[in-house]
Design a protein around this ligand. Structure first.
Ligand SMILES: Nc1ncnc2c1ncn2[C@@H]1O[C@H](COP(=O)(O)OP(=O)(O)OP(=O)(O)O)[C@@H](O)[C@H]1O
Ligand SMILES: [Mg+2]
Length: 230
């Protein structure tokens, strides 16, 4: 099985080498866990180390803001975009079919191998009901599979709601694999931890591992185990 490296060596290790090629991964966690940073690291490494082009669809943050925020990790996303290897798409999804057809044509045009959708939570605002929402998430996963991309779809864990690992409770079923990020209080300090919830067709670490957001990006410690109260 071919693996696509996430660019985070500790994460690749607990996934037994990285994301299986052409899979759709759900990346979920509460707000501020570092999902957007992880996705940009995935893109940056993909282009710089593996020459795999990327498309980044953002439903929430404007791409200028994302690029500005990740600059402090030393990632010059503007330069990658100018060189034609990366394309950010920011779309206000008034008509979701339009968003998806723009996504599809951009993936084809630049020959993208890696795709990020950050995040699908914003979709709910534009959907009439739950079944339309489910259909939309299914459509999106179909497009990404058809185009043979290795993709990360971001969703959120909402604090205080009944515990589930995604915003709508359907994302984990359309995804091949699921990565969960936590930021939890243990007594007086907060700890960050990451977990491979499922990984289709592969073994993976069953443990919860600590990670940090460092000046070079996200660093996962595969040899350590994190302990959260939940
Ligand atoms: N240079 C840095 N060093 C350490 N931590 C940082 C740095 N920059 C950002 N962070 C941390 O990263 C968090 C933001 O990360 P990010 O935007 O990727 O989160 P997110 O999971 O995408 O959040 P949301 O769900 O709101 O989109 C901040 O809350 C902060 O704790
Ligand atoms: Mg984010």
């Amino acid at each position: 099985m071919n693996r696509i490296k996430t660019g985070i060596s500790g994460l690749d290790k607990i996934m037994n080498g990285g994301i299986p090629e052409n899979q759709l991964v759900l990346l979920t966690g509460t707000s501020g866990t570092g999902k957007t940073i992880l996705c940009n690291q995935f893109m940056y490494t993909g282009i710089r180390e593996f020459n795999q082009k990327g498309v980044y669809l953002s439903f929430e943050e404007p791409s200028e803001l994302i690029k500005e925020n990740v600059k402090k990790f030393g990632w010059d996303m503007d330069a990658l975009e100018s060189s034609g290897k990366l394309q950010y798409l920011k779309y206000d999804p008034y008509r979701i079919e339009d968003v998806f057809s723009i996504l599809e044509s951009t993936i084809r045009d630049i020959g993208a191998k890696r795709v990020v959708v950050d995040s699908i939570s914003a979709l709910a605002i534009y959907m009439r009901n739950e079944s339309e929402l489910r259909k939309t998430i299914f459509n999106l996963s179909d497009i990404l599979r058809k185009l043979k991309c290795t993709s990360i779809m971001v969703s959120e864990i909402v604090h205080g709601k009944e515990p589930r690992i995604s915003r709508f409770g359907v994302e984990e079923f359309v995804a091949d694999s699921v990565i969960v990020m936590y930021y939890e209080r243990i007594e007086s300090t907060f700890q960050r931890a990451i977990q491979i919830w499922k990984l289709r067709g592969s073994t993976h670490s069953q443990k919860l591992h600590p990670y940090q957001i460092t000046p070079k990006g996200i660093v996962v410690t595969p040899e350590e185990e994190a302990f959260l109260k939940t």
